[in-house]
Design a protein around this ligand. Structure first.
Ligand code: DP6
Length: 401
């Protein structure tokens, strides 16, 4: 048990991000360098976030980590890569200081505790928020001020995009050491206040093929993936940036759907093929296209990552009608009143015309388990209140309140 006061305790939160131009494929597995650039929207932490506490103390004899209350193996390679990178950056910074006035935090072991405010297994990009939060919190506790892309990235590629709020690009870079493979904000969270995000949770089951193994197989076997990375993504990055800058929703929405579809096409082009979309995912795709056709305008977009859950983008004036369409096509199971979580959405009627245009018999209840309504949000935050710490002064998890 620790006897001395810890040298430092820091608690931070970090957001989930959802890519609208997808990252799929690494050119360097060790350094986590991608074969193409990607672009994402940072989701609001009021609905989805990871909270992480890091404590360093001279009394700790080993690094330890607790995830959602359970102690995990700290020897896991990606975790080790993050810890190694942070300590390297801290050493570099200390060497730059003459006389070393900083406390010898570098020789200290660290205890880390991390929790998500959403189900980890729901396929909601928990690793991105988790590793971004880890990198951000460790940086504060070890006094690192440099760019953290390379730290977060080595935990999980997409995590480097969760280091910023708003709209974020991850530039693939060209250098073999990865120094130019960094995340950068394209526009802040205040840029497009009307944009809304709905997460349609289809399945909370763990996915069959993880993204790391999936993208390795795609890089090895899919000619379509190579074509995508070399000949499609560069122009799409420029076009997506323009759509965001000009708040061109139809342009943004169409490109988002096309890029999701192309990512899933590369999965099918992988040998043996990978399939992340379920029958319910496909029904959501049809629902969105019919909804848009009915309006004669692109009012809603879908995107899917390595799992069957849909992430929907729309504008605030369309949310209520689209939620009514989802409720109609995917009647809630027994959780009728808990079907919609997050931001308030006023109930709206579904017109007979729209219902006819959807041309869909409702599924058996529970096809869509629940919806989380959210919006674009800020990047990682430091929590100043010591009550927020997940670890006590002894460096062990506080008993859950
Ligand atoms: C489909 O970042 O989870 O969500 O770098 O191997 O940890 P690793 O992969 P990860 O892959 C995310 C893939 C994606 C698309 C995206 O977020 O860009």
């Amino acid at each position: 048990m620790a006897s001395e006061k810890p040298l430092a305790a820091v608690t931070c939160t970090a957001p989930v991000n959802i890519a609208v131009i997808k990252y799929w494929g690494k050119r360097d597995e060790e350094l986590v360098l991608p074969i193409n650039s990607s672009l994402s929207v940072t989701l609001h932490q009021d609905q989805l976030k990871t909270t992480t506490t890091a404590v360093i103390s001279k009394d700790f004899t080993e690094d330890r980590i607790w995830l959602n209350g359970r102690e995990e193996d700290v020897g896991q390679p990606r975790l080790q890569a993050c810890l190694r990178e942070i300590r390297r950056l801290a050493r570099k910074r200390r060497n730059a200081w003459d006389g070393d006035p900083l406390p010898s935090s570098l020789s200290c072991k660290v205890h880390v505790a991390s929790v998500n405010n959403f189900p980890t297994a729901a396929g909601l990009a928990s690793s991105a928020a988790g590793y971004a939060c880890l990198a951000y919190t460790l940086a504060r506790v070890y006094g690192v001020e440099s760019d953290l892309s390379e730290v977060a990235r080595q935990g999980s590629g997409s995590a480097c995009r969760s280091l910023y709020g708003g709209f974020v690009e991850w530039q693939m870079g060209e250098q073999t050491d990865g120094k130019d493979s960094i995340a950068r904000q394209v526009a802040p969270e205040s840029h497009w206040p009307e944009l809304r995000v709905l997460i349609l949770v289809v399945s909370a089951e763990k996915k069959l093929t993880g993204s790391t193994a999936g993208m390795r197989a795609s890089v090895e076997t899919s000619p379509l993936l190579r074509f995508r990375a070399e000949s499609v993504v560069p122009a799409r990055m420029a076009e997506m940036t323009r759509c965001i800058q000009e708040r061109d929703f139809p342009g943004f929405a169409q490109l988002t759907m096309k890029d999701s579809n192309q990512f899933h096409a590369t999965c099918l082009d992988t040998f043996p093929p990978i399939s992340y979309l379920s029958a319910v995912s496909w029904r959501i795709i049809h629902l969105v296209h019919r909804f848009n056709a009915h309006h004669g305008d692109t009012k809603v977009a879908y995107t899917f990552d390595a799992g069957p859950n849909a992430v929907i983008f729309t504008l605030d004036d369309t949310v209520a009608e689209f939620v009514a369409a989802v409720r109609h096509s995917f009647p809630p199971g027994s959780n009728g009143d808990a079907f919609l979580k997050g931001l308030q959405v006023r109930p709206a009627p579904l017109s007979a015309e729209l219902q006819a245009a959807l041309a869909m018999e409702p599924t058996t209840p529970g096809g869509v388990k629940y919806i989380i309504a959210t919006q674009v949000g800020p990047g990682p935050q430091i929590l100043d209140n010591p009550c927020a710490h997940l670890l006590g002064p002894d460096g062990l998890p506080k008993p859950a309140a």
